[in-house]
Structure formats: structure tokens, C-alpha cells
Design a protein around this ligand. Structure first.
Ligand SMILES: Cc1cc2nc3c(=O)[nH]c(=O)nc-3n(C[C@H](O)[C@H](O)[C@H](O)COP(=O)(O)O)c2cc1C
Length: 379
């Protein structure tokens, strides 16, 4: 018998009569919806266009049936697995997500500390609302730095130096944002950052556009267009590979041909991602593309997946399709909104329980064995 999941702390469960502690990551979404201003809820939950890809990510994961093995003699599987050559408590990292003080005043340090306590890496966004130095100081766990390539290459070099000096353990460059996808919820809401939430890794004033609320305009999109380099090439990636000795991940790959080119440049991993359905609406679901990417480069580099992961079963599905691990996105923001660091920790504890259950039910002693399971997609 597995022990029951540790109950989430009172701060997470609190919310009025009839509230019950969250028993799934979706329950954190409901708590967050009640806690957040509607514009922030939409900024986090929304996708681009008519949100076809946002929905497709879930639908594709739901279509993946995993074939259990029986009589394997496994009683209590280990959830530990290597990511980038280092053993982690789960094959999971917290995805890079901008401006976490929108969700809770404790923001990035709280989420990083929760990830560290759960034994999984925390990926810090370039657009963090806390400086990288403060985030690495807030956790004993590994922090990976996510780079958005800015037009100002001096600033890129500065971010690389600072993240390295602050002790970041890996570098993840995001390549699917030449411009921000057209996120209609933010456009309709005229969404802009409140004054107290800033792009704290950038020099003061470089985020002014993100604060400029204009009806019918997403200030986040306006800031991105002004700040991000839109026309990167493989030569830029090679420059980055030369410039850092840290493990390098490329996030936002969907086409196996791009995965092969990334492997040729010498990256350590690709993240099969469509940015949680926030960039090209109409891009394929990540679970649909994962097997092709694994077939193309899985022998040479690690392949991670994100976009739509909502449970331990989803982690198992990704592993069975050949991923080495996953990034967990929105559910971590919802848990942060619901209960700060304690909420985020409760969500990761729950995920660990779910993953252990999924491994037990498929007869796997650990996540590595799950990569040998068969899947059926019903297509
Ligand atoms: C509010 C929000 C902010 C995000 N900010 C970033 C970012 O700064 N850098 C980045 O590479 N990806 C960013 N992403 C994308 C996530 O890293 C990840 O790819 C996506 O959320 C995964 O999908 P999921 O939320 O369905 O799990 C963001 C996503 C959300 C929801």
C-alpha cells in the first residue's frame, strides 16, 4: 500500500465553506481562478488565436494509452531519474514562466524554493520579476536559466554572465518567440503589467512598454516586439554553444529536422514545446510530434516535452513516448497563486504521488523503465 498523499497545507485548502484540499492539479486551477484578477487569470491560462493548439495539447495526451506490464514484482517504484546527467527526484522541471509576482507577492523565489524542496530543477525566465541572483539565493536546488534572445546582444552577454555567476546549472534558450503569438484574451483585456511587477533582470526602464495599458493592445506583446531579436539563425545557436560550458537546452522545437540541426550544433537537449499553445495557433500538439523527434535524435541528446502536462499519468505518457522528462507549466503558477511556496510544494508532492502510482500500475520500478512501455494512440 502506498501512503496517502500528504495533505496540502491549510493555506492551500482555505477558501470558504465546502472547500476540500486539492487532489489533482486541476483543483489548484480552480483555487487560482478565485484568487486572481481576471486579466491575470487570462494571461496565464490563455493561448494564441482561437486556442486550437492549446486544446490539441490536452487532446493528444488524452489519446495516449499506455500498456501496463504485470507480474513485475514492483512494490514501491522510485520516481528518481536523470535529467541532463544529474539525478532528480522526478523527471520533471518547472517550466520557465515570466512575471511570477503577478501570481503571488513571493513570486519566483517561492516557486524556486518549492522546486528545490521537491528535488526538481526550476527554470528561471529571462522575464523574471525577481533578479536571478535573488532566485538562486532562495533555493538549494538547481536553477536553470532560460534565455530570450534580446535585440541588444550586450544585454544577452550580460545575462549569460550574471546567470553563470549566480550559479545557474544549465542554460535553456527559447526559440519559438520571434514575436509573441496573438493572444486574444490579452488583446481584449488590454493586458499590461501592474507597476509593482517588473522585468527585474533587465536594466530599469527597459520594460516600460509592458506597463503601458492601452485598450485593445497586449502590452506584453508590444514589449516583446520591441525587446526580442526576431530573426535568429543556427549561427546564433552555435555562438551560444561556444560561449557557455553549461548544459544547453533548446526549447520550442517541433520539427524533427530542427532537432537534428540542434543536435549537430552540440546542444544537450531539446524541449519539444509549442509554448503551451501560446505561439503558432495551429501548430501540432507536442505529444503528436514527440515520437518523431525521439526517433530523430533520441540516441544523441535528451528530449523533453512540455505543453499540457497536468498529472503523473501525463508524465508517464511522455516517458512511454520516449521523453527523458517534462516541463510543468501553468499548474505551477496556479499552485503559487493558491498558496505561495506551500501551495507549489503541495502541487509537486501530489505530482510525485501520481507518478509513483502510474509507475506501480504499469509495473515499472523507475521512470527509465517506463520508457520501454508500449503506447497506443488510437489514431
Ligand atoms: C504565464 C506564462 C508565461 C510564460 N513565460 C515563458 C517565458 O518567459 N519563457 C519561456 O520560454 N516560456 C514561457 N512560457 C511557456 C512555458 O515555459 C511552457 O512552455 C508552457 O507553459 C507549457 O505548457 P503548459 O503551461 O500547458 O504546461 C510561459 C507560459 C505561461 C503560461
Amino acid at each position: 500500500m502506498l501512503p496517502p498523499p500528504a495533505g496540502p497545507p491549510a493555506t492551500v485548502a482555505a477558501g470558504g465553506d465546502g472547500d476540500r484540499p486539492p487532489v489533482s492539479l486541476a483543483d489548484f486551477a480552480e483555487l487560482a481562478r478565485r484568487a486572481l484578477p481576471p486579466g491575470v487569470w487570462d494571461f496565464v491560462g490563455g493561448g494564441s488565436g482561437v486556442e486550437t493548439t492549446l486544446a490539441a495539447n490536452r487532446a493528444a495526451l488524452d489519446r495516449v494509452a499506455v500498456l501496463p506490464r504485470v507480474l513485475t514484482g514492483v512494490e514501491r517504484p522510485r520516481t528518481h531519474a536523470p535529467l541532463l546527467g544529474r539525478e532528480q527526484a522526478m523527471p520533471v522541471a518547472v517550466a520557465p514562466m515570466a512575471y511570477q509576482r503577478l501570481l503571488h507577492p513571493d513570486g519566483e523565489p517561492a516557486l524556486a524554493a518549492a522546486a528545490g524542496a521537491a528535488g526538481v530543477p526550476y527554470v528561471l525566465s529571462t522575464l523574471s520579476s525577481t533578479p536571478v541572483e535573488e532566485v538562486t539565493a532562495a533555493t538549494a536546488g538547481p536553477v536553470w536559466f532560460q534565455l530570450y534572445w534580446l535585440r541588444d546582444r550586450g544585454l544577452v552577454a550580460d545575462l549569460l554572465d550574471r546567470s553563470h555567476a549566480a550559479g545557474c546549472a544549465a542554460l535553456m534558450v527559447t526559440v519559438d518567440v520571434p514575436v509573441l503569438g496573438r493572444r486574444l484574451r490579452d488583446v481584449r483585456n488590454g493586458f499590461a503589467l501592474p507597476p509593482e511587477v517588473t522585468a527585474a533582470n533587465l536594466p530599469a526602464g527597459r520594460d516600460d512598454l509592458a506597463h503601458a495599458g492601452t485598450p485593445g493592445v497586449s502590452a506584453i506583446a508590444a514589449h516583446t516586439e520591441a525587446a526580442f531579436a526576431p530573426a535568429l539563425t543556427w549561427a546564433d545557436l552555435a555562438w551560444l554553444r561556444e560561449r557557455t560550458r553549461l548544459p544547453l537546452l533548446v526549447k520550442g522545437v517541433l520539427d524533427p529536422r530542427d532537432a537534428v540541426r540542434a543536435a549537430d550544433v552540440g546542444v544537450d537537449a531539446v524541449v519539444v514545446s509549442n509554448h503551451g499553445g501560446r505561439q503558432l495557433d495551429g501548430a501540432p500538439a507536442t505529444a503528436t510530434m514527440l515520437p518523431e523527434v525521439v526517433a530523430a535524435v533520441g540516441e544523441r541528446i535528451e528530449v523533453l516535452l512540455d505543453s499540457g502536462v497536468r498529472s503523473g499519468t501525463d508524465v508517464l505518457r511522455a516517458l512511454a513516448l520516449g521523453a527523458s522528462g517534462v516541463l510543468l507549466g501553468r499548474p505551477m503558477l496556479w499552485a503559487l497563486a493558491a498558496g505561495g511556496r506551500a501551495g507549489a510544494q503541495a502541487a509537486l508532492d501530489l505530482l510525485a504521488v501520481e507518478l509513483r502510482d502510474a509507475l506501480t500500475l504499469t509495473g515499472c520500478a523507475d521512470p527509465t523503465q517506463a520508457r520501454r512501455l508500449r503506447t497506443l494512440t488510437g489514431d
